[in-house]
Design a protein around this ligand. Structure first.
Ligand code: DX5
Ligand code: ZN
Length: 228
């Protein structure tokens, strides 16, 4: 049976001149997880934000009891885990492709009392997660090549989610969240939810100039509920 899905808005797509306002609106609409994309211009071509933004959003997130998760698309993430933790990140996801000592990195995140997550790029096979799976709280499957918001969803991710879900069930690891990131919208959220996704990252499908944040979140929630 498919599990409940939470929507984690990715602030990368937000209007940065009104960031607090837009995050507050998403929290008022029921969101309890804020996705913060950290890019270093090395692991991915783009440069985005760091601990200062996490710190600025902390009081807003705290008001609603929401979790701020940082998606670290950076090389040598261990150097910055302490900074993000002090800034208020309660969940930290690193890329498998950027971490030669992944076991140590995951344990460093755990030692900071944060939820450790591991992200896989679209071309990275699931079997690479095999020996770290039992140690993590979140498995993030990228459904675009990381680096930019607003890219086209890679449809084979749905099958990858289903395969990961099967592995989690077989191993009694259903406590682990399956998060999908990139191009998630009303047209694919239902299929992803049926396949076993439990956290849907949504950037441009939440923050856009077509609909309000509240409306966009409701549309995603409805599409998801209708599919389950
Ligand atoms: C891509 C980022 C995503 C991105 C999602 O590298 O990790 O979180 O902001 O944005 P959309 O939903 O617009 O693809
Ligand atoms: Zn992300």
């Amino acid at each position: 049976m498919a599990r409940a899905v939470q929507i984690a808005p990715s602030i990368l797509a937000a209007d940065f001149s009104r960031l607090g306002e837009q995050v507050s609106e998403s929290l008022r609409a029921g969101v309890r997880r804020i996705h913060i994309d950290v890019m270093d211009g090395h692991f991915v071509p783009n440069i985005t934000m760091g601990p200062l933004v996490v710190e600025a959003l902390r009081p807003i997130a705290r008001n609603f009891g929401a979790v701020m998760e940082v998606h670290l698309m950076i090389e040598e993430p261990d150097r910055y885990l302490g900074d993000f933790s002090r800034a208020g990140a309660a969940a930290m996801t690193v890329h498998l492709e950027a971490c030669p000592h992944l076991h140590r990195t995951v344990h460093n995140i755990r030692a900071l009392n944060a939820q450790p997550g591991v992200a896989l790029n679209p071309a990275t096979p699931l079997l690479m997660l095999d020996d770290i799976l039992a140690e993590i709280d979140v498995a993030l499957l990228m459904s675009v090549d990381p680096g930019f918001g607003g890219q086209k969803f890679i449809a084979s991710t749905i099958d990858k989610v289903a395969r990961l879900n099967k592995i989690l069930v077989e191993r009694g690891l259903e406590r682990i969240e399956i998060e999908v990131d990139g191009g998630v919208g009303a047209d694919n959220i239902g299929a992803l939810a049926r396949a076993g996704m439990t956290i849907a990252v949504a950037g441009t499908s939440v923050f856009n100039d077509r609909k309000s944040v509240t409306e966009s979140i409701a549309i995603l929630g409805t599409a998801c509920a209708a599919a389950l």
